[in-house]
Design a protein around this ligand. Sequence first.
Ligand SMILES: Cc1cc2nc3c(=O)[nH]c(=O)nc-3n(C[C@H](O)[C@H](O)[C@H](O)COP(=O)(O)OP(=O)(O)OC[C@H]3O[C@@H](n4cnc5c(N)ncnc54)[C@H](O)[C@@H]3O)c2cc1C
Length: 575
Amino acid sequence: MIQHDVVIVGGGLAGTRAAVEIARIDPRLSVAVVAKTHPIRSHSVAAQGGMAATLKNVDAEDSWEAHAFDTVKGSDYLADQDAVEILTKEAPDVVIDLEHMGVLFSRLPDGRIAQRAFGGHSHKRTCYAADKTGHAILHELVNNLRRYGVQIYDEWYVMRLILEDGQAKGLVMFRIRDGEMQVVRAKAIMFATGGYGRVYNTTSNDFASTGDGLAMTAAAGLPLEDMEFVQFHPTGLYPAGVLISEAVRGEGAYLINSEGERFMERYAPSRMELAPRDITSRAIAREIRAGRGIHPDGTAGGSFVYLDVRHLGREKIMSRIPFAWEESHRLAGVDAVHEPIPVRPTVHYSMGGIPVNTDGQVRSSPEGLVEGFFAAGETACVSVHGANRLGSNSLLECVVYGRRTGATIAHYVQNRKFPEINEQQYLNQAKQQVQSLIDQPGQYRIAKVRQAFQDCMTEYCGVFRTEELMQQGLAQLQAIRQQAQQIYLDDKGQIFNTELIEAFELQSLLTVGEIILTSALNRKESRGAHSREDFPDRDDTDFLKHTLAYYSPAGIEIRYLPVTITQFQPQERKY
Ligand SMILES: Cc1cc2nc3c(=O)[nH]c(=O)nc-3n(C[C@H](O)[C@H](O)[C@H](O)COP(=O)(O)OP(=O)(O)OC[C@H]3O[C@@H](n4cnc5c(N)ncnc54)[C@H](O)[C@@H]3O)c2cc1C
């Protein structure tokens, strides 16, 4: 059996930052990072616009308290304020630390790190590397993994979390290259498995964002927190859905409807295009519904609006947002220097996730913690984003809480023994699971079932929700689950059987989708990204609390966790 003191699943920003911290604190520990992609191909590498921190290089009036207030207001008061204070206080330090590791941030003329405006932030505080920030940071972190001797298992798919008697003991994993299966044991397991954008049919996320870590956690009987809060990013490129960074609006782009109006005037007059994402996405969806969207031939009534950067001029476009220009050109045939970019909302980020405390330890209930199990990054819910995340706060969360969780783990594993695991039993079960997938006759292709599922989630649990819609969605989901039992695989082989991986991922998607729908049905109010047309107001009396959803094949049980409020009492949220 393979063993390491610590095994981290996920090679994105959160996982790699944690690994570096553990190795720095105690170089004697054996640390492994497992990822189903190569770590450099984790979704973090695609992050564009930047990372917030009150360095005050551009705006001397900024403060961590202002950053904390913006984050809490952005969250529609659902964020845990102790966690937000840690996030915003530690932000400048983690940015400087990244810069010392070698991350090439964009600069001001005097050489200090540049900072730009971002939606919902009251000051210019987002640090960036043009519009390729994730690329700049992840490459340096992965280089550091090698420098610190962290063992990397790339292209291993983790199938199962081994949890016994309230303790995480290990994992079952599958080598994509040749189908080899292994049980791994560890004194501490950390999940940094990213988001679940692929639950929907239009998303900015990569193909690997299938919520596996969430599904494995749920399958082990542990709760997931606030899963109803799905972030729609306002500017997905039409029709592909890939992201046009918020940095584009940070640099001054306009949103325009079919009548040529800057329609944000109606929805957020003081912040305009730089209102938070939930508000801007709903504004675009409303414009499209009202017939003021645009068709590809330029006439009214279509399903996108324009993002216009022409007034910024070629030089600014090419130096500050070159990637946005390139994407529009390559994927939509639009030269943004001369033409407006067609955009519509796209699923982007999961505010909810595996519930953790501010040290990254996973919660088993409102009161309890799981031994040996930690999580950070997008897959975790600590909760700094509450009901709606502000742009450039996610990379920050990955690094601040990746580092904190790494530090907790480095101390946690001292003087602990390796857990006992019945290796053979877990291996047999996994082999059986794989064999029956390969052998079953089945009648549906995976892609067909996945598409039906993604369409169902998009139609019944999208930007606007109602009881009736979601009940229909849940009924359809049950039917799709039946079909998912009857899939067949064309590829029966061992070598790079990506179809088998897709079959595992389909199971993850279905579990996560059902938890999102059930949590959303249960929250009878509108808050942040969760917008119920049958309950249009925020209801602090009944719902100023976090959802904890416990999954079982027989049904989902909902419990609650209180919200931590320190300095900012809930107010009406206006921009
Ligand atoms: C296009 C885009 C642009 C963005 N831009 C910004 C931005 O400018 N600023 C900002 O703050 N945020 C941004 N975000 C959000 C931010 O990038 C992500 O939330 C963050 O990078 C997530 O990092 P992570 O470490 O949690 O997970 P990820 O980077 O998603 O990594 C997940 C890792 O888990 C591994 N994994 C998952 N499942 C398994 C399994 N079953 N077995 C083995 N390994 C597994 C994957 O291989 C991968 O290595 C953006 C997101 C997108 C999609």
